[in-house]
Write a protein that binds this ligand. Sequence first.
Ligand code: MYA
Length: 607
Amino acid sequence: MPPERGPVVSATQKNATQNSFMKSLFFGQIQEELIFPYPEVPAETNETVRMVLDSVDRFAREHVKSAEWDEKGEMPREIVSLMAEMGMMGMAVPEEFGGLGLPQSGYARIMQEVAGIDGSLGVTLGAHQSIGYKALLLFGTDEQKKRFLPRLASGEMIACYCLTEPSSGSDAASIKTTATLSGDGTHYVLNGNKLWITNGGIASFMTVFAKVEVEEAGPNGDRTKKEKVTCFLLELPAQGVTAGPSEHKLGIRASWTNAIHFDNVRVPVENVVSGVGQGFKVAMGVLNHGRLGLAAGAIGGAKRALQASIEHSNERVQFQKKLHEFGMIKEKIGRLMMNIYVAESMTYMTTNMVDRKDLDYSIESAVAKVFCSEMLWEAVDENLQIWGGSGYMKEYPYERWLRDARINRIFEGTNEILRAFIALSGMQGPGQELAGIAAGMPKDLAEAIKFPLKGLGPLGELVARKIKRNTVGETISKAHPSLKKMAGVLEEHAVEFGTQVEVLLRRHGKKIHLRQFAQKRIADIAIDFYAMACVLSRVTSSIQKAGGDVTKCELEIAMAEAFFQRANRRIKGNFKTIDRNDDDHMKLIADKAAAAGRYPFDVITPS
Ligand code: MYA
């Protein structure tokens, strides 16, 4: 049966999710006013960014020696000082604190350029301001900002973000570093180890996450002790802080990556950010923001790879033809260009959501990080392929670009953990709605179906029907009429998505947390959906700017149509495999491999 027209969302739920485009989508709803019209970079920002980009390009020509730095595994420390002199250490810091005062869209555009020049440079700059002092910028008090921001913006201080530990990577809440309040209550004492801290070796300002023991009222009024993640600002030098040597890495080899050890390090109580126990939310808030710098950086890297591919395929002759005349090369160049356009559309849509300051962009920024890092990987891989044997040689930069790009799928949240986050965070709202409906039922009935709702039995159906009755009809009205078909695809998918989310929640209840095969499908649909929605909005704006003359937008329309076709096929495939899939086989195979501890077959018989 085709999906019912109109989103599965009640009026109350619409209120609860109206500040997030993606959270609404999990109810089957499209809040088009949040993505139309496609945002423009304000003229003032445009002007500042242009000026910075000019000096970045000059700086790159004069000072950046990527091959040499990569070989040595380090860049000269003066490079950071030079970037500081150019005013690049405080791009998003308000002017009153000595920064450029750029909005997130301007910051991202510059990060795009820098990372496109050199991955290590991008990461060094990004670790300083995308995450290093972001907790201070987003959640710090005025007093804290006055104390630190001017020195951070000028580059007098270099920042790093200390969250990861030897036994705590994706599971960020499980950190073991402790902070204990001193007897006189004036400072905390930090003890513990942090791992793989970008800029750790050159930092003079650390944002450190540690656990503080706090007393809380228990359910029976009794006092219980709990360890709560807390965020601290630490100024160096400080006694008891040691940084290990810079790690040898596959890529971004010229950036600093160090272990940090805290041995009875004193941090004044006034350096706690957002209050004791608020650290996990601070850490997540910083990463939500920071992930857009990474997404933009990935666009820069991919544009450079595409450029190299175009140049080579325009020059290299095989079988008496230029490479670009071959269909298989055309498909690669076409796909890379289309994917960069999509990545750009979603990243700058999301930076605008950040700049608006009234929206929840947590899912959108995770989507952009996943999409852009995978898009970059595909771009550097295909570029190396187009360069063939030369691509594999150290004499050329392309193998380095591949090595540099790989980390983006791992740091700032692995793409696996972010897919889980996208799916589970998105499903939280519909899950609460289902639970709420159950709560409003007669007691005996509610008792019987206490959330998690199990199975697809009659009670689950009853809940589903109740939600359906509350639906409000809605379609995309703001897309350009010539793109009606694409808008229709989104409308249909939105309804189907809301329905499938509900089905999964009814089927698994809270156990959806354990269903990673399902989470991946849901996340992949969400990623493709957001990508399509952003592209639809951007192409609509381009057509409108061209006075409705679609012929002037031929290229953008072609990229949009091609992406819609591909994403549509993927989404349909993901919907289909929610019910009919090979998950059980995959689980069995993986479980057997885990039990055997090895690949258990061989074509030769054992002696
Ligand atoms: S930095 C370290 C990277 N590490 C991570 O990203 C850690 C990944 N882990 C997580 O994100 C979390 O632990 C997950 C939470 C998601 C797994 N926004 O019970 P929970 C809320 C807002 O689900 P967990 C690095 O790599 C949630 O709603 N809120 O928690 C440096 C709940 O709230 P409530 C969020 O099971 C690299 C509560 O928290 C978010 O532990 C250097 C608890 O949630 C969120 N996102 O799982 C990079 N998540 O209780 C350099 C959770 O109210 C820069 N919550 O319901 C590079 C610059 C670019 C250069 C580019 C070059 C090309």
